[in-house]
Write a protein of this length. Structure first.
Length: 371
């Protein structure tokens, strides 16, 4: 019998994928090149805040994965299902672009479009999908580690990892020939495993004084206020010294406010009590698909944000028009992607899962030998 999903967490996933689309609306268009640091305007600050949550959302997805999967057995079926979904969208979307002539036909285009692993993790393309699929391969070992440790050992491990990945990366600066720099940006598979461990820790060792709706709301409001405040503060500093990026505290998944904000938001939504909703659960099931569609490739990013919606053009419009365009575009992209993925679920995936579900090997533990 299939386990019923928690609609509060599914709603959380819906909100976070909207945050990711908003992030891509800003950072994958030409809007950032139009910022005038010598004149910090409300228009500019709005767009910076509107697009600041991408890394926070990724942390949220990883924490949710750790929270639920730390007590479950990872299966090859689950991994293969996500991989095939990824492969399906790569092949279909790139085929459409090639046929339409939007993407030049050539060996490089074919390799990058139809064989996604040729892209490599370090190229900046499909980074989240690569790392998340790799993380799932490590889940059985991470779970063994989680359950082998006592609370004290688990706390010390997380303390060390957060110091190395988050504190040093956010607050340690050193001087080079070109000036001061903050080079400890250790975002990668190691951080994804750390975020997974954070989710597992929250599941196994909840703190009664923090794990409540009230605490989650207070921490979330405080974290969001700090994120917005840091953007304005670093804009003002950068205006004079050209030293900080406005997104310094959140531009990496391992940055301090990206971590604290993600944990706070997860605690908030985890403790929201709502009735189980088939509608929310069904829409949330498209989250991974929505990500795979709208962030499929550099070609898709150029098509959506530069050619189709012309984000940079609307940024130069009056404030109300620019804000309306940003909000409506994000919602439109989400609705269309949800529709496409639901169609895939009811056709291709339903047929494929029936085939895969017949294999006992796929439904056993990821590294369990078949009987």
């Amino acid at each position: 019998m299939r386990k019923e999903r928690n609609s509060n967490i599914e709603l959380f996933r819906i909100v976070m994928i909207l945050v990711v689309i908003a992030h891509h609306y800003v950072v994958n268009s030409q809007i950032q090149s139009l910022y005038q640091l010598d004149h910090v305007s409300a228009h500019m600050v709005f767009m910076q805040i509107f697009g600041c949550g991408g890394k926070i959302a990724i942390n949220c997805f990883l924490i949710v994965s750790g929270y639920f999967m730390c007590t479950q057995e990872a299966t090859l079926y689950r991994w293969l299902r996500l991989f095939l979904e990824w492969l399906f969208y790569n092949v279909v979307i790139n085929t459409i672009f090639l046929i339409a002539g939007y993407k030049p036909l050539g060996m490089q285009a074919l390799l990058s479009g139809f064989f996604p692993f040729f892209g490599g993790v370090g190229t900046g393309r499909d980074v989240f999908m690569f790392l998340f699929l790799y993380l799932l391969l490590l889940v059985p070992f991470l779970n063994k580690l989680i359950h082998a440790m006592n609370r004290r050992e688990y706390t010390i491990l997380l303390g060390i990892l957060l110091f190395l990945f988050t504190i040093l990366s956010t607050f340690y600066f050193h001087k080079t020939a070109s000036g001061w720099t903050n080079a400890n940006h250790w975002e990668g598979l190691g951080w994804y495993a750390t975020a997974y461990l954070i989710g597992g820790y929250i599941r196994l060792y909840p703190r009664p004084n923090l794990d409540t709706l009230r605490s989650g709301l207070m921490l979330s409001v405080l974290s969001i206020f700090c994120v917005c405040g840091s953007i304005v503060l670093f804009d003002l500093i950068d205006r004079k010294y050209r030293f900080f990026s406005a997104y310094h505290m959140v531009y990496g998944c391992n940055k301090f406010l990206a971590v604290t904000c993600a944990i706070s938001l997860f605690l908030l939504f985890k403790n929201i009590k709502i009735k189980n909703s088939i509608c929310i659960n069904r829409i949330s099931s498209t989250t991974f698909g929505v990500l795979l569609i709208h962030a499929n490739s550099d070609t898709m990013r150029r098509f959506l944000w530069t050619d189709l919606f012309q984000n940079d053009r609307y940024y130069s419009s009056p404030f109300w028009k620019s804000v309306s365009h940003a909000v409506c575009t994000v919602l439109l992209v989400y609705v269309v992607c949800v529709g496409i993925d639901l169609l895939r679920q009811y056709t291709v995936e339903r047929w494929l899962l029936r085939k895969l579900g017949r294999s006992k090997r796929l439904t056993k533990g990821l590294y369990t030998k078949a009987e």
